[in-house]
Ligand binder design. Structure first.
Ligand code: G16
Ligand code: MG
Length: 220
C-alpha cells in the first residue's frame, strides 16, 4: 500500500534548469569553456561538483585546477544561481503540481523532497510549498548522488516508510534509475525515450494523475 511520495525538485515541481544553465554558462565563459543548452542537458539532476567536473572535462581542463580552486568555482556559480532564483514565486510551480500535491494530501500520503540541490529548501520556501513537505533530504548528508538510490531510500526512511510504500517522481534518467534501484514505483515526467525505464510516465507535469498512478501500482 502506497503511503508516501518522494519528489525530485528541478523539472518536477519547478523548472530551475534554466537558472542553473545561465549561472554555469557565465562561469564556463569566464574560464574559457563555452557550452550550449544541449550540453546543459547532461547536468540535469547531477550534483554541483559533478556538474563542474563535466564542464571541465568538456574543456579538457579537469587537471587544471586544485580541489580548492574547484570549490571556489562551484561557489562562484552558486552565488550567481542564488541571485537568479530570488525571482522565484508560487507562480513558478509547474502546471498540475499544486493539484497533484493536494490530491496526495487528501489521500493522507506523506511527502518528501529528494533533490540533489542544496538550494532545495529555499526554493520550496519561495514556491510557498515548504509546509507541504514532511521531509527534505539533505543532499550534503549523502555519500553518492543519483543514479545511486541513497537519496530516495533516505527520503522514505525519514518519512518512516519502506521504499515499497512510496512512489518516486522524477524527470531525469539518472533520477528514474535511482528510484528503481531504491525499490520504489517510478513515475517519470518526460518523453518516452528518456523515461523508458520508468514504471509509468507522463509527458508533462499537468498529466500527473494520482488515481491513475495508484491504479498502475496495484496492477504492477
Ligand atoms: C538539481 C539540478 C542540477 C543541480 C543539482 C544541484 O537536481 O537538476 O542541475 O546541479 O540540483 O543543485 P545545487 O547546486 O543547487 O546544490 P534535482 O535533483 O532537483 O533535479
Ligand atoms: Mg530533476
Amino acid at each position: 500500500m502506497i503511503k508516501g511520495v518522494v519528489f525530485d525538485l528541478d523539472g518536477v515541481i519547478t523548472d530551475t534548469a534554466e537558472f542553473h544553465y545561465l549561472a554555469w554558462k557565465e562561469l564556463g565563459e569566464k574560464i574559457g569553456i563555452p557550452f550550449d543548452r544541449a550540453f546543459n542537458e547532461n547536468l540535469k539532476g547531477i550534483s554541483r561538483m559533478d556538474s563542474l567536473e563535466r564542464i571541465l572535462e568538456l574543456g579538457n581542463k579537469q587537471n587544471h585546477y586544485s580541489q580548492e580552486e574547484k570549490e571556489a568555482l562551484a561557489h562562484e556559480k552558486n552565488e550567481q544561481y542564488k541571485e537568479l532564483i530570488k525571482q522565484i514565486t508560487p507562480s513558478d510551480i509547474l502546471p498540475g503540481i499544486s493539484t497533484f500535491i493536494e490530491d496526495c494530501k487528501s489521500k493522507q500520503l506523506k511527502l518528501a523532497l529528494a533533490s540533489a540541490s542544496k538550494n532545495g529548501p529555499a526554493i520550496l520556501e519561495s514556491l510557498g510549498l515548504k509546509e507541504e513537505f514532511g521531509t527534505i533530504v539533505d543532499p550534503a548528508s549523502l555519500a553518492k548522488g543519483k543514479p545511486d538510490p541513497e537519496i530516495f531510500i533516505k527520503g522514505a526512511e525519514l518519512l518512516g516508510l519502506k521504499a515499497e510504500e512510496c512512489i518516486g517522481v522524477e524527470d531525469a534518467e539518472a533520477g528514474i534509475a535511482a528510484v528503481n534501484a531504491a525499490g520504489m514505483f517510478s513515475v517519470g515526467v518526460g518523453n518516452a525515450e528518456s523515461m523508458k525505464a520508468a514504471d509509468l510516465f507522463v509527458e508533462h507535469t499537468a498529466d500527473l494523475n494520482l488515481e491513475a498512478i495508484l491504479q498502475a501500482v496495484n496492477n504492477k
